[in-house]
Write a protein that binds this ligand. Structure first.
Ligand SMILES: Cc1ncc(COP(=O)(O)O)c(C=O)c1O
Length: 379
């Protein structure tokens, strides 16, 4: 069986974990946490990077920093993972779902403005599969309406957005905040893990307090406060040093991981281009962005065909997967809201199918996988 995913192991994970164990300093915010945070700040120019236990937690920290209150509204694409919306709903915000583009499942920037009201507090562009939303247009709209932008960059490590002036910006460094995931399905992983990026100076100090359970621990340890105490709301958002050490070993291998993933991604693209006439759609990446080899997917013409393809591939030893259930059609959302029609999002929920992609996969595997797809569509 060709599995859907196999997390990459760089080889230095155990060495760094042993280093943590021998240092006897296992709690969070230690040496490896700092190394990971510096990696992101130096390599991608992020103003402040804060390691968290997950992307979900990074998103929730941003919600706390934005001071989201019951009744505030937030614009989110319906085609996303539960966490993007859940962290806002937990704090009483009303979720306003936007549609995605017709040829790629990223937020349709032209659908945003009509959803803005006097209560809108934030927009959350989700860079699906590492492909950028149109950040130039989104930032322009948000700044004009005085709204925060939180980039959900769960899948978007090492990704770019090219502006109309041909300036290249790293994803995660454009909005006021961004959140990355290191869940074991991601390009770089620590099993579970995340990162909050803060690009606006006003929020950096408070973020540290929120991560430290609402205490002034950092300033106390730095000798800036004489008492260690409760100063704000917060929670326990720091990963332990063992997790950070594992992640650092992965970050050091980022270029190797990216090269291998892109080789596989390009092979899929090449092979699928050849058989596109058989009756499925290949996604169209906007010219201002490119893939980071995180996901390779095609779009079937209906849900039934997708299910049959998944079954056929499984019978032939290949595990496929789909993505996401549109959130506006979920049980939780429909408890309090009427069913809306969000057509592009629904199309991707029904028809998108993802193929195995990970550094250990070989080009021969890709050729075998695509040959089975060809067989399926030819019949
Ligand atoms: C778009 C998006 N946002 C957030 C998350 C949550 O990430 P985590 O599992 O690190 O909390 C995911 C998970 O895959 C995701 O796909």
């Amino acid at each position: 069986m060709i599995p859907f995913n196999k997390p990459y192991i760089s080889g230095n994970e155990l060495k760094y974990i042993e280093d943590v164990i021998s240092s006897r300093e296992l709690a969070g915010d230690g040496k490896y946490t700092k190394k990971c945070e510096e990696f992101f700040e130096q390599r991608f120019g992020f103003k402040k990077a804060i390691l968290t236990t997950s992307c979900t937690d990074a998103l929730e920290m941003a919600v706390l920093l934005m001071d989201i209150q019951p009744g505030d509204e937030v614009i989110i694409p319906s085609f996303t993972y539960v966490s993007t919306a859940n962290v806002f709903a937990m704090h009483g915000a009303r979720i306003v779902f936007a549609d995605c583009k017709s040829h790629f499942p990223i937020l349709d920037e032209e659908s945003i403005e009509e959803l803005i009201t006097s209560k809108t507090k934030a927009i959350v562009p989700v860079h699906y599969s590492g492909v950028s939303c149109n950040m130039e247009r989104i930032m322009e709209i948000a700044l004009r309406h005085n709204i925060f932008v939180l980039e959900d960059a769960a899948m978007a490590i090492n990704c770019h957005f090219k502006s109309s002036k041909n300036e290249v910006h790293n994803l995660g460094g454009i909005g006021h905040f961004s959140a990355f995931s290191f869940h074991d399905t991601k390009n770089v992983s620590s099993g579970e893990g995340g990162l909050l990026v803060i690009n606006d100076d006003r929020f950096i100090e408070r973020a540290q307090t929120i991560r430290d359970k609402g205490t002034n621990k950092k300033s106390f340890l730095n000798g800036e406060s004489d008492k260690y105490e409760w100063v704000d709301l917060g929670s326990s958002f720091s990963p332990n040093e063992i997790t950070a050490a594992f992640l650092y070993a992965q970050l050091e291998a980022l270029d190797v991981i990216q090269e291998k993933r892109m080789e596989i991604w390009n092979e899929y693209q090449f092979q699928f281009n050849d058989i596109q006439y058989l009756g499925f759609e290949l996604p169209l990446i906007p010219s201002y962005s490119e893939s980071n080899g995180h996901v390779f997917f095609i779009i079937c013409d209906n849900k039934n065909r997708r299910e049959k393809l998944i079954q056929f591939m499984r019978k032939n030893g290949v595990k496929l997967s789909f993505h996401y259930n549109s959130l506006h059609k979920t049980k939780y959302y429909l408890k309090e809201n009427k069913l809306e029609n969000i057509p592009n999002s629904e199309k991707f929920s029904d028809c998108l199918v993802r193929f195995p992609i990970y550094p250990e996969l070989k080009k021969e595997d890709v050729r075998y996988i695509v040959s089975i797809v060809r067989e399926f569509f030819s019949n």
